[in-house]
Design a protein around this ligand. Structure first.
Ligand code: NDP
Length: 292
């Protein structure tokens, strides 16, 4: 068997075009332009790349992008003061604080200072609680993108066995909540899970969010399963730096029914979902119907 490749790049381009269309209508009909503020503290090179690409995509979708680059030594009080200003600014509908923050800053405190209605990353405890209880919330972008690809591929996910490897607050746990919300039978695996291969082999849907290059071999994949590879790992191969996922793509693609590639799978969907969340936040703030 050769797996169908789930083209996250093409899917994300469709989502972005839909968002851009909606933004254009918001402007024409209501004179409103959604705005996303991204806050970066320090000079982590990977974070700088992410922030730049988020800003560029925001502008391409017709939204306003506000970038706040703060010195690595910025105090917690100053960062909280900036968040307070952004919370109060009616032109800002979404606020994203790029993680990880420098060690002297308490990320939980900072994230929970964001107005939950503007928390487009969905990391505020209010949004986590709303998602966990099946209420309307801001849903974290990476798991939301994974769910959209799964729904697009399968239609209903009801009754499927889903295994999520990784239990982080930003990917693993919200992913599991979303799959549960779609009536999957969900297992969350992590570094202390026994017989991980055996657990993975039960999965109709296998989501890998670990951060270990190609740690999931093809023989952990159930024949015909759908594999969503969230991992982004930089490794040296053949004298070059290449990006690989948490799944051995070549091995898994021989067994799976469908699989996301790295790059070009989950990554592009994450940014598309950030734009969609900003649009949703803007519509909610203005009492307008939300995009589907
Ligand atoms: P974290 O480091 O926060 O979490 C990793 C999880 O993997 C932990 O729960 C950890 O378990 C588990 N784990 C580690 N080693 C093993 C192992 N040997 N067996 C089983 N489980 C293990 O990572 P994130 O969730 O933030 O990110 C995961 C990956 O996804 C990374 O590669 C990251 O770059 C990528 N990512 C990609 C995004 C995208 O847009 N495509 C967005 C966000 C992340 P334990 O809790 O027990 O330590």
């Amino acid at each position: 068997m050769t797996a169908k490749i789930i083209d996250g790049k093409a899917f994300a381009a469709r989502v972005r075009a839909e968002v851009a269309g909606h933004v254009a209508r918001l402007k024409a009909d209501h004179g409103i332009t959604p705005g996303l503020a991204v806050v970066l503290v320090g000079e982590d090179p990977a974070s700088e790349v992410y922030v730049r690409s988020k800003g560029k995509s925001t502008v391409e979708a017709g939204m306003n992008s506000y970038e706040h680059k703060l010195d690595a030594a910025t105090s917690e009080a100053d960062l909280l003061a900036l968040i307070g200003k952004l919370n109060a600014d009616p032109a800002v509908h979404g606020i994203l604080v790029q993680l990880p923050l420098p060690k002297h800053l308490d990320s939980d405190l900072v994230i929970n200072a964001i107005d939950p209605a503007k928390d487009v990353d969905g990391f505020h405890i209010s949004n986590v609680g709303l998602l966990g209880t099946g209420q309307k919330s801001m849903v974290p972008c990476t798991p939301l993108g994974c769910l959209m690809m799964l729904r697009d591929h399968h239609g209903s996910l009801a009754g499927m066995d889903a295994v999520v490897v990784g239990r982080s607050n930003i990917v693993g746990k919200p992913m599991a909540q979303l799959l549960l919300g779609d009536s999957c039978t969900v297992t969350i695996a992590h570094s202390r899970t026994k017989d991980l291969g055996e657990v993975c082999r039960r999965a109709d849907i296998l989501v890998a969010a670990v951060g270990r290059p190609e740690m999931i071999p093809g023989d952990w994949v159930k024949p015909g399963a759908t594999v969503i590879d969230v991992g982004i790992n930089r490794i040296e191969r053949g004298g070059k730096t290449v990006l690989v996922g948490d799944v051995d793509f070549a091995g898994a693609a021989k067994v799976a029914g469908a699989i996301t590639p790295v790059p070009g799978g989950v990554g592009p969907m994450t940014i598309a979902c950030l734009l969609a969340n900003t649009l949703t936040a803007c519509c909610r703030a203005n009492g307008l119907p939300e995009p589907e």
